[in-house]
Design a protein around this ligand. Sequence first.
Ligand SMILES: Nc1ncnc2c1ncn2[C@@H]1O[C@H](COP(=O)(O)OP(=O)(O)OP(=O)(O)O)[C@@H](O)[C@H]1O
Ligand SMILES: [Mg+2]
Length: 252
Amino acid sequence: MILTITNTKGGVGKTTTAVNVAAGLARKGRRTLLVDLDPQAHATRCFLEETPERDATDLIMDKPGMAARAVTPTDLAELDVVAASGRLNETAELLATRIRREERLARALERIREDYRYVVIDCPPSLGILTHNGIVAADLLLVPVQPGAGAVSGIRVLLDAAGELRDEDDVPFRILVTMLDLRTSRTNALFDELLQDVRKHLLRTFVARSESINQANLAARPVLLSAPSSRGAWDYESLCDEIVRLRVPTPA
Ligand SMILES: Nc1ncnc2c1ncn2[C@@H]1O[C@H](COP(=O)(O)OP(=O)(O)OP(=O)(O)O)[C@@H](O)[C@H]1O
Ligand SMILES: [Mg+2]
């Protein structure tokens, strides 16, 4: 299953979710590939100390038959990574003149997806060509939202764009509430709005705001690995359990 983690809003927990879901699924013995599409490369740095020779730019720009060469193994037995780097900024420019430029990642992944039970894609916080590629490649969009002003309207904008890109009326998606702070009324009010509008797409697991996650991110580690008995690790462990149980039809 190809899971694309995306939201045009910045700082909502996309990368935190991508690295912990990838690590969590791998630790459950599911062979997993993490694809980092953000030129900031935060997800990459959680798993690789050195910059590999090939990365996501090669995956997108080379012929699909070369896809396997963009993959780098990690210290986790069941986890491989396609790294990001600043080169991705230029990739976006290079793609501007290509036809079917939104489909390049999907076509490359077709060649290697059989090797993995899950492919987890981390997107940058914009609706540019890199995110477009992530959306087109997805079996399921996983949209982290942080309760707050504009959370619901942001989801609508994303889904409209996804529908257009994929030429589908109903793009499969799930919403993950992140950085939840149950003590504030602001959270509760917006949470109600979220529930009404997109209730059936909401994942049962919520990720609470926690210091353990913040600390792990500062150290560029998934909290699941650096503080396995913390609240943050527990939330992401539950999320992985829920993902493993998800049944999403693969488009024909
Ligand atoms: N559950 C959480 N509890 C506390 N802090 C969190 C939590 N999730 C994420 N953060 C913090 O929020 C910030 C943004 O998180 P993250 O980088 O995962 O978001 P993002 O959506 O990938 O951001 P960007 O849009 O820049 O790619 C980071 O500093 C991170 O440590
Ligand atoms: Mg990010």
